[in-house]
Write a protein that binds this ligand. Structure first.
Ligand code: SF4
Length: 476
């Protein structure tokens, strides 16, 4: 099975499969569903992946609201990792400012360690209320051999607060995914457990792997609090350095993004014995299950049922109304990682089916979850490149494309309704009330009057779309 656009890139074939009868894959040898993932991009492939630094600074470290976010590298690395993810907080310091050593040619020739030390001291002097300095290494400063770890130690002694050095140079991994891992490990090693607070933490949790995109936490934090639980830290949406220092005190970790943050849950389990449960905080069934599983750990099952019943009663009329308008629509979901499989069930609750599923940096466990949930005939593709996305949109013609800003205008140009699931145009989308927002935005995208003007883009009947899965067999 091969895309037309990949005839000169046959290496892509092992990243693509269609779920066939009995859960088998219509790909090559017809074996059970598996596609290659988390491997180096083939040269010449127009990948949309980010670098290791982007995953560490943009996703995991960046949301920490009271740390100075300092990039040790050229200005370009800093600019393009700043502010593109709306991980909001009750302070805008981390969104408003970014810091960079601005490495130039002279620094590259003679080294940037002195400049880094000076930058940390200056930034701290300008913003003395910041609780820590996070320093992110980049390709150029790693290649010239700057010892940022040593500089961080020197700086810490001078400014008297944590200077956390992330060895997340862009070239280290095959995608941003390694940056998530490095971000988890570094924060765990340098901050978690560095303060031992007094108090009773027997009914406390951490929410791991939520980045508070467009205030998602407002849609689910109150639900856990309604169970009588205290949230110590969110890793890392709307979190402060002080919260991270004491997160080892939690009785339970609940892990939402199971790609970018299971690492810290595993480390806390090993070092502190903190158990964790995996949850999905999007969709009615998933959110209900998350509350039930959390409540079961603390013996609060009856209270959970009350909270769930109350919330569902609030939103069900709206969900029913949207479901009537969305019924039968076929969706292409392309997200960074787990959101793709998190949303398959949510879309079914709205009457829609995922016909194509893709991730940028998913690993085997993400694809196993996708293959388990999707229907027969669905296409699954790892790390799709731009020509592949265009081919999917033009040949399979999904009714809706849920993706990110990089793909938005391609979708519009091809006449495919689009919802920004990556950074949300409106949101929040998590929890029960977020589900209504999500349904509203999907409805607006699908039924925008502009589509009535695009007669030239008449869609093939669904039956025709199924006949060849939108693709022709091409020798691979
Ligand atoms: S790949 Fe290297 S140079 Fe490019 S943004 Fe990432 S760290 Fe900077």
């Amino acid at each position: 099975m091969q895309f037309k656009c990949n005839q000169t890139l046959p290496e892509r074939a092992i990243h693509i499969a269609i779920k066939g009868p009995g859960g088998k894959c219509q790909r090559g040898d017809g074996t059970a569903c598996f596609i290659a993932n988390n491997v180096a991009t083939t040269p010449g492939d127009m990948t949309e992946r980010g670098c290791t630094y982007a995953g560490c600074r943009g996703v995991v470290g960046g949301p920490v609201k009271d740390a100075i976010q300092l990039t040790h590298g050229p200005i370009g690395c800093a600019f393009f990792s700043w502010g593109y993810r709306p991980h909001l907080a009750d302070s805008d310091f981390h969104m408003k400012y970014t810091f960079v050593t601005d490495m130039n040619e002279t620094n590259i020739v003679f080294g940037g360690e002195k400049k880094l030390l000076q930058s940390i001291i200056e930034a701290n002097a300008e913003f003395p209320d910041a609780k820590a300095v996070f320093v992110y290494n980049t390709c150029s400063t790693a290649l010239i051999g700057d010892d940022g770890r040593d500089v961080a130690k020197q700086a810490e002694a001078i400014i008297g607060k944590p200077v956390v050095f992330f060895e997340c140079e862009g070239f280290r991994g095959v995608s941003q995914s390694l940056g998530h891992h490095i971000g988890n490990e570094t924060i765990f090693r340098q901050l978690v457990g560095s303060v031992e607070p007094e108090g009773d933490f027997s009914r406390s949790i951490n929410i791991i792997g939520d980045y508070n995109i467009k205030n998602d936490i407002r849609t689910f934090e109150y639900l856990f609090e309604a169970l009588g639980l205290r949230i110590i830290a969110r890793f890392t949406g709307n979190v402060s350095v002080d919260d991270l220092k004491i997160m080892h005190k939690a009785a339970l970790n609940i892990v939402h993004c199971q790609r970018s943050a299971t690492y810290i849950a595993d480390m806390m389990k090993e070092k502190y014995g903190t158990p964790y449960i995996n949850v999905t905080l999007w969709g009615i069934k998933n959110m209900s299950q998350a509350l039930r599983n959390t409540a079961a750990f603390f013996g609060l099952e009856a209270r959970a049922e009350e909270v769930i019943a109350h919330e569902i009663a609030r939103i069900q009329p709206a969900i029913d109304a949207y479901r009537q308008r969305l019924q039968g629509k076929r969706v292409f979901i392309y997200q960074g990682g787990p959101r793709t499989w998190h949303w398959i069930e949510l879309l079914r609750e709205l009457g829609m089916e995922t016909e194509t599923a893709a991730t940028t940096f998913g690993h085997t466990d993400d694809y196993e979850k996708i293959f388990r949930q999707i229907a027969e005939g669905a296409l699954v593709i790892d790390n799709p490149n731009v020509p592949e996305i265009e081919e999917i949109l033009t040949r399979r013609r999904p009714d809706l494309f849920i993706s990110g800003n990089k793909e938005r205008y391609l979708a519009y140009k091809l006449g495919v309704p689009f919802v920004n699931g990556h950074t949300y145009d409106t949101g929040p989308y998590a929890g029960f009330v977020g589900m209504v927002n999500f349904a509203r935005d999907i409805d607006k995208a699908l039924h925008a009057p502009v589509w009535n003007l695009l007669h030239q883009h008449a869609r093939p009947a669904p039956a025709d779309r199924h006949a060849t899965h939108g693709f022709e067999e091409v020798e691979s």
